[in-house]
Write a protein that binds this ligand. Structure first.
Ligand code: GLA
Length: 673
């Protein structure tokens, strides 16, 4: 059959490449091939995926590369056993795209690629089964699979392919959406469900149509899980955008029918461990499938520790099967609560923002009954505390505090929870002194005794308490505030550093307890007097729609240094900043500058595409803006009065029409100080 669909990538969100399809029209849909004498479908394969499936899938770590092969799959199965991951609940070892040869055999059967799977799929299934694990496989509800190489899809071959999978001993099928020839999704996915049932083998059925046809509305009873989003990639922006799409779908999830925001990226290297802990915490609080997407043969200790956290896994695998719901999300501070079968609540305090934030809720707000005190278990610290009802913490940038709160009568056995906060500007001047205030608050029903707060900074920095940092006891709801003077040595390089407040205290029975929260501060220097190019100065932060912001070139969309000479309306500029909407670049001006000038516009490199708007902000006030500029326009001169501002921001928005081709140049951008 001629393949009239080609795989495309479409841009959906910051840094996210999502799989899409571009099909020409006019192709007759192939008939769906239920055999003339279809075996009567047995009763619904009950009891499948009563909790979200856990396991491994190779796609995120290997894509179609040759290292995806029999030896990898067997190696993962071995590691599941050796590293205790099987005991922690991981069960399915799943093959993704590219396991087959591009053509079927003379009988229309699928043929495993002999270079990757020389012993066939049955041998791999036997190996996996011998270790008490299960095997998953992949194909597409289309004429070909999704990879550009295009392996055979099952559209029109459902019954024979399902039979082959069952004969091999397959326990799980991921059924993708590429090259679907425009055939109705419900029909395509239901036909394969019936074909799987007809085999008589219990096979977990994972629907992968990327949320395009709102499967949460029709797929319960068809598959046990359905993708709600496009593909994840190994970066913060991608993970965040999938999380936000999946969170509102909580009412549709339950035992045997789960929302699937795609597989895990934990350990693949594109996020920090703090971000991976957030990824794992939020997938668990959403009762999402936990399919490890990194090559465990190369996993770091930190990766294994995250994937192995049994207390977090227990949140995901809770038999009540509720997906957590959003209680609040103001300013990127997300409170998500999940009801558990034992009546407790798992509560995620997830900080989307780039700086540490205090986040707070209460036991009754998350759905627990009124009580004089509760037990609060921190699922990453593995510590229990008592609280009089407040659930509150300072959460690091991009971090998640995940707790489980219950009304158990043993709360008094645990020390009181003491919340620690640090206030002060996150920007500290090199060679200068900065002031911070730490706050330690007893959230518990019992007093915290012998309370002692300290603050540590990087080597060479001076940290001095300017007021009392100890107190004999703190009662419920009372706080110890301490002022701190922090001096940053002259020679310190600009950039991010950590300040860490900690508190040590004792419960009424003398049990010692402590907590600490790393807070990121940025060391800054004011620009030199006179006129400087912005591209020659260090920025404080630079968020960009695609790739990094470039100095003295346009934005190349991917890695650093992949841009071209800045060119607007045929004029080339040697200096400037190359951004891509949405973009937000901040500079420390320290009250010492008066004016910013630039020639702004859409770079010529995108032909006639791209519409953006430029803005300059001085300490929270918009002081200049261009309105929407298109690629057809010449550079627009822009001047902003920034007199006295401590921080300025250069912002580019998408002009109201999405971020496609929005290559935004701040040409010849200069600062007068
Ligand atoms: C699609 C799916 C991915 C992966 C690839 C394989 O993009 O959404 O999860 O299976 O196809 O080609």
């Amino acid at each position: 059959m001629r393949n009239l669909c080609t795989r495309t990538t479409s841009r959906r969100a910051v840094g996210v490449l999502a799989a899409g399809l571009l099909c020409t029209t006019g192709l007759a849909a192939p008939a769906l091939a239920a055999p003339a004498t279809a075996p009567a479908a047995p009763a619904v394969a009950d009891g499948l995926a009563l909790t979200p499936p856990m396991g491994f899938n190779n796609w995120n770590s290997t894509h179609c590369r040759p290292e995806f092969n029999e030896s990898m799959v067997k190696g993962i199965a071995d590691l599941f056993v050796e590293k205790g991951l099987k005991d922690a609940g991981y069960q399915y070892v799943n093959l993704d795209d590219c396991w087959a040869l591009p053509t079927r055999d003379a009988d229309g059967k699928l043929v495993p690629d002999p270079a990757r799977f020389p012993d066939g799929i049955k041998a791999v299934a036997d190996y996996v089964h011998a270790r008490g694990l299960k095997l998953g496989i992949y194909t597409s509800a289309g004429t070909r699979t999704c990879d550009v190489a295009g392996f055979p899809g099952a559209l029109g071959h459902e019954y024979s392919d399902a039979r082959q999978f069952a004969d091999w001993g397959v326990d799980y099928l991921k059924y993708d959406n590429c090259n679907n020839q425009g055939v109705d999704a419900k029909l395509r996915y239901t036909t394969m469900r019936d074909a799987l049932r007809a085999t008589g083998r219990p096979i977990v059925y994972s629907i992968c149509e990327w949320g395009e046809n709102e499967p949460w509305k029709w797929a319960p009873g068809v598959g046990q899980l359905w993708r709600t989003t496009g593909d994840i990639s190994d970066n913060w922006g991608s993970m965040l955008s999938l999380l936000k799409k999946n969170l509102p779908l909580a009412p549709y999830a339950g035992p045997g029918h789960w929302n699937d925001p795609d597989m895990l990226e934990v350990g693949n290297g594109g996020m920090t461990d703090t971000e991976y802990r957030s990824h794992f915490s939020m997938w668990s609080v959403m009762a999402a499938p936990l399919l490890i997407g990194s090559d465990l043969r190369k996993a770091s200790a930190a990766t294994l520790e995250i994937l192995h956290n049994k207390e977090v896994i227990a949140v995901d695998q809770d038999p009540l099967g509720k997906q957590g719901t959003v209680l609040s999300s103001e300013g990127g501070r997300w409170v998500v609560a999940k009801e558990m079968r034992d009546g407790s609540r798992a509560v995620a305090l997830f900080n989307e923002t780039g700086s540490a934030r205090r986040m707070s809720t209460t036991a009754t707000a998350v759905g627990l009954p009124e009580a004089s005190a509760y037990t609060l278990r921190d699922l990453w610290q593995h510590q229990s505390y008592n609280t009089a009802g407040t659930i509150s913490a300072m959460v690091p940038a991009h971090g998640t505090v995940l707790v489980r709160v219950s009304t158990d009568q043993h709360w008094a056995q645990h020390p009181p929870a003491v919340e620690l906060g640090l206030d002060g500007s996150p920007l500290v001047a090199r060679g200068g002194a900065a002031s911070f205030t730490s706050t330690a608050t007893d959230l518990g029903r019992t007093p915290a005794r012998q309370v002692s707060v300290s603050l540590s900074g990087p080597a060479g920095w001076t940290v001095r308490a300017a007021s009392a940092s100890t107190v004999g006891a703190l009662g419920t709801g009372s706080s110890l505030n301490t002022s701190w003077k922090v001096t940053v040595p002259q020679g310190t390089a600009t950039g991010s550093y950590e300040l860490t407040p900690s508190v040590l205290y004792r419960s009424p029975t003398g049990t010692p307890a402590q907590s600490r929260v790393p807070v990121t501060v940025t060391v800054v220097v004011p620009p030199p007097a006179g006129v400087s190019y912005l591209s020659d100065l260090p920025w404080v932060s630079a968020a960009n729609g695609y790739g990094p912001v470039e100095r003295d070139t346009s934005n190349g969309e991917n890695g650093a240094g992949d841009g071209h000479p800045i060119t607007i309306g045929g004029v080339t500029y040697p200096k400037g900043l190359g951004a891509h909407a949405p973009s937000d670049i901040s500079y420390y001006t320290g009250g010492a500058c008066s004016k910013l000038t630039a020639d702004v516009g859409v770079d010529d490199e995108k032909g006639d595409k791209g519409t953006v708007a430029f803005e300059v902000w001085a300490d929270g006030t918009k002081v200049a803006s261009t309105g929407v500029l298109t690629n057809a326009m010449p550079a627009r001169p822009l001047t902003a009065d920034i007199t006295g501002a401590r921080v300025i921001r250069l912002v580019v928005t998408d002009g109201g029409d999405g971020i496609d081709s929005d290559h935004a140049d701040w040409a010849d951008a200069k600062l007068s100080c």
